[in-house]
Design a protein around this ligand. Sequence first.
Ligand SMILES: [Zn+2]
Length: 364
Amino acid sequence: MESERELIGQLPVKLPPGLDPFRDWTVEEFVQLDEGPIDPAMQERHRIYSILLMSIILDGWNGNKHGEVGDYGQWRVDQKIPQAVDVYRGGSYLGHNIAALAVDAEGRVIDYDFNHNEVFDSSVEHAESRLVRRVFALNQVYDLWQGNEGIPHRGNAATVRQPRQLFATAVTDRADRVTPRTPEKVSSGYSTLLSDVTVYTSLESCAQCTGIMCLASVKEVVYLQPDTGQFLIGNIMRRATKEQKLSFTAPRPISGREIGLRYYDELAEGAESFDANVGEEPFFRSPTKTINGPSLTSYLCTDDAYRTFERAANELSDWSNLAYPDFRPATAESALSNRQVLDMAKDFLEYVLTVKNRGTSHRV
Ligand SMILES: [Zn+2]
């Protein structure tokens, strides 16, 4: 039995045809994407959504990864409740300080969502994954029954055709821009519904989230902090799917560095420094446990990370002068200008601060 298993283990993996062109590539060549630099006006636009997302995270901030009572040492001094002994602001921990934001073809914010691992006692309730499911679901919420073709109407001969899609995509309003990867396979709108959607995520995506965004054919994913533990899976999936005749393509990953987001390096360096020092200075101590291992999500509870998110939020509220106020991406004629995007971002933040929910709390 043992020898049989060894034999199976030794069978060479047969390369699927789609990977054949890369047979002789190095790993470095494979993960290096050659999609060109991003136009400075587009960079400015991406930065507006990025700091909006950081502002939303600041509003929903909760650093009590190991409870609100205990000792987080030097890491969370500023988050202590004054006059209380070792009690920290934020209440119960709902999930990590990671969120994602979806933006449609015209530049309108569709929705946002937070990581909710703790709420659901699960390691897969990630922001991007939740958000993609949420956006698909939103598309069905107002599926007006009278608008559906094939349903008979009495009395009123004129059928009011309600568009299924609530947000602007290539599919909804610009038939000429529909470019499904393999038209013969596309039988329903869902496969291209998100093909003009940009997802902003505060942390580089994992395999699950890259996978779900790939299956959803999300156009691009802008990430504000690197996560080296994910093996550049976004780049790998992009490279593997881009030139293929598939019904889906992984989104183009765009790092904060590519859009001139100063907080990208700040967060990367902060996390690195945390990992280097947490062994000596534990992240958390209580009578029953000591947490002193490197962890990105622990770093995202620290005062250092908080201050970076705070700087971003301040930048958004102070931001009035744009270098490219009239810029509109060529992808949609009806797209908002950068000036309109900035105004909308401030309004959207106002809405988030008012409704005070940490993204959608239900499972989607
Ligand atoms: Zn994920």
